[in-house]
Design a protein around this ligand. Sequence first.
Ligand SMILES: NC(=O)c1ccc[n+]([C@@H]2O[C@H](COP(=O)([O-])OP(=O)(O)OC[C@H]3O[C@@H](n4cnc5c(N)ncnc54)[C@H](O)[C@@H]3O)[C@@H](O)[C@H]2O)c1
Length: 256
Amino acid sequence: MSESLFSVAGHVALVTGAGKGAGAGIAKYLARAGAAVIVNDLFAERAEEVVEEITAAGGTAVAAAFDVTDAEQVAEQVADAEEKLGTIDILVNNAGVPPGGGRPNQFVNMPEEDWQLQLNLNLIAFMRLVQVVLPRMIEAGWGRIIQISSGSATKGDKIGVAAYAAAKSGSEGLVRHLAVENGQYGITVNSLALGLQEGVGRADEPMIAKAIAAIPTGRPGRPADTGAAVVWLCAEDGGQVNGQVIHINGGSHFGR
Ligand SMILES: NC(=O)c1ccc[n+]([C@@H]2O[C@H](COP(=O)([O-])OP(=O)(O)OC[C@H]3O[C@@H](n4cnc5c(N)ncnc54)[C@H](O)[C@@H]3O)[C@@H](O)[C@H]2O)c1
């Protein structure tokens, strides 16, 4: 007998930065498990491609192209997408890598514009989105908020991501407090801290090769690894997990 253990049917999910990478994996897994999914990305064509794949497989999704760091676009586009699919009760805050990768640099040399971008994308945008969706989750008496974090939030490194890490750490702090404030309303809030993902750099680059070699499972993360964990946290049987940072990194100490 084979039947799907975890269902999120009847729920409406917003996944940010879901046009590729981990976000696309999350959107597809949530749709396979029955959720109606709002696929956000900066680039409309990326979001639309993921929506096409989901609908071709029999799922329900709409594309919502907007910049999560722009308050006006967020308000407008969330309202528009909710009109099409219903009220969001699952938020997966995944957008975190700016186009071009965010110019890693030792912090001493990092221009303010670059570190502000990391704070805006990886902390402020998350806070704003939570304030958009949380009141209606409280009203409904059910909700799931998942923040996609990184091992860099808890371990220092020399790879030029101090500002990114500061923002991810701030988000993990917010998650712990939101979890305690809102558990009483049937809402859980968790972080998934990813390790190195497939497709980052070239496997023959010395830094990437070294990072992959340090992963006990012998491979970087795949979109499906994160997608499956999100579905579990969102399902009824995942509802006792709250306020946690779960590392999905193959047991790697890169980022811990
Ligand atoms: N790639 C890694 O090795 C790695 C490691 C640890 C954690 N993470 C985290 O995982 C998450 C996903 O990373 P990924 O590597 O899959 O990303 P990715 O670069 O493959 O895709 C990110 C998507 O987000 C979109 N995006 C960027 N800025 C946006 C904005 N302002 N508004 C809306 N969409 C925007 C991009 O257009 C892109 O399609 C991020 O939060 C990242 O910090 C990634």
